[in-house]
Design a protein around this ligand. Structure first.
Ligand code: KG4
Length: 335
């Protein structure tokens, strides 16, 4: 079975061709980082306009690289939400039109379910049930994954997502966009113990997150230096900030595993490209004898391969087609 995956929820236009449930024939992504970098964040209107420009060539390229044409495709899986409405509409409308004109069934996919399953695109596949930590620019959530279509939301951020906090800290330090990679590069030459930034643990055993207080603490610390005309120690600030984020992410994920008696952890989302997070999660999992699965960074960030996979399972388990009357949605419906 060949699935064409289409993703356009935020600022990446992506298409992939997946054979059955694990043979990825192509995975093409067109990033808009260059367009949004001078604004220090994604500008929704520019994002949707760029999706319009990119979607046709990206899908053609995905088919070409897979050495397939549209008549070979058995299923179209497309991100239906969550994300920016204008961006989602481009991919979703395109997919509906393609489905209608080519008589190929279409399945709308929750972007989060793609992240939750992306580890299955690797050789070494996780065993159910597992705890997944999904950390990106738009979300920071912990899920209990019971099978390929059954996911339970255990906790999520009450304000900023972890990636958003990285992006905002980068902006206030005048670092390049996207902020995560810039902050982590500067953090490498800083001391993580220089500043004791706050960790929001929230209530006992809470699996929710909050990063807005941490971001404000970083801003206040920078202002202290600026008011005294002392150069801001960028490396130390980045390193101490990153340490605070990573400590909370790792401890809450392990707490989730402990509370639910789970032995396998999966990481996903753009922030899981962070080396410090990977290292700490790995060390902590080893100590607790937990299996850790971290997909390749290209499968952690927004991509269409995971959308194809999630759509495949949705379709084969429930033969669930999406109606042409269906609309996109801005918030995740998983949980
Ligand atoms: O999943 P993703 O590609 O897409 C969206 O959420 O749209 O995640 C992007 C996020 C951005 O906030 C970016 O700053 C962050 O992931 N990110 C990182 C790193 N690489 C990307 N954050 C921390 N460390 C990194 N190395």
């Amino acid at each position: 079975m060949l699935t064409l995956g289409i993703e356009s929820s935020c600022d990446d236009t992506a298409a992939a061709v997946l054979k059955d449930n694990n043979n990825l024939l192509s995975n093409i992504i067109s990033s808009q980082d260059e367009i949004h970098s001078r604004f220090g964040g994604v500008v929704p209107e520019l994002a949707s306009r760029q999706h319009l420009e990119s979607i046709n060539p990206i899908i053609e390229e995905a088919l070409y690289r897979a050495d397939k044409s549209l008549i070979d495709i058995d299923l179209i899986a497309v991100t239906q939400g969550p994300g920016l409405i204008g961006s989602l509409l481009v991919g979703f409308s395109y997919a509906k039109a393609l489905s209608y004109s080519s008589n190929i069934p279409i399945v709308g996919v929750d972007h989060m379910s793609g992240h939750l399953l992306s580890a299955f695109l690797e050789k070494d596949k996780p065993q159910f049930p597992y705890i997944a930590l999904i950390v990106s620019g738009g979300t920071t959530s912990i899920f209990l994954c019971q099978n390929h279509t059954k996911f339970k939301l255990l906790g999520r951020t009450r304000d900023d997502a972890a990636g958003e906090a990285f992006d905002k800290v980068a902006k206030l330090l005048n670092l390049d966009y996207p902020g995560g990679p810039s902050v982590s590069i500067h953090a490498e030459r800083g001391d993580p113990t220089s500043f004791q930034f706050p960790r929001a643990w929230l209530e006992a055993d809470s699996l929710d997150f909050s990063f807005s207080g941490l971001k404000t603490a970083v801003l206040n610390k920078c202002n202290e230096f600026r008011q005294k005309n002392i150069p801001v120690p960028v490396g130390d600030i980045c390193s101490s900030f990153q340490e605070a984020v990573v400590e909370v992410l790792v401890k809450k994920t392990l707490l989730a595993a402990d509370l639910h008696g789970i032995k396998t952890i999966v990481l996903g989302g753009g922030v899981s490209a962070n080396k410090h997070l990977r290292k700490h999660m790995d060390m902590s999992c080893r100590k607790k004898k937990l299996q850790l699965h971290v997909p390749h960074p290209s499968l952690c960030t927004d991509n269409a391969a995971m959308i194809a996979l999630s759509g495949y399972y949705k379709y084969i388990t429930a033969e669930e087609k999406t109606s042409y009357n269906a609309d996109v949605f801005s918030r995740s419906i998983l949980g």
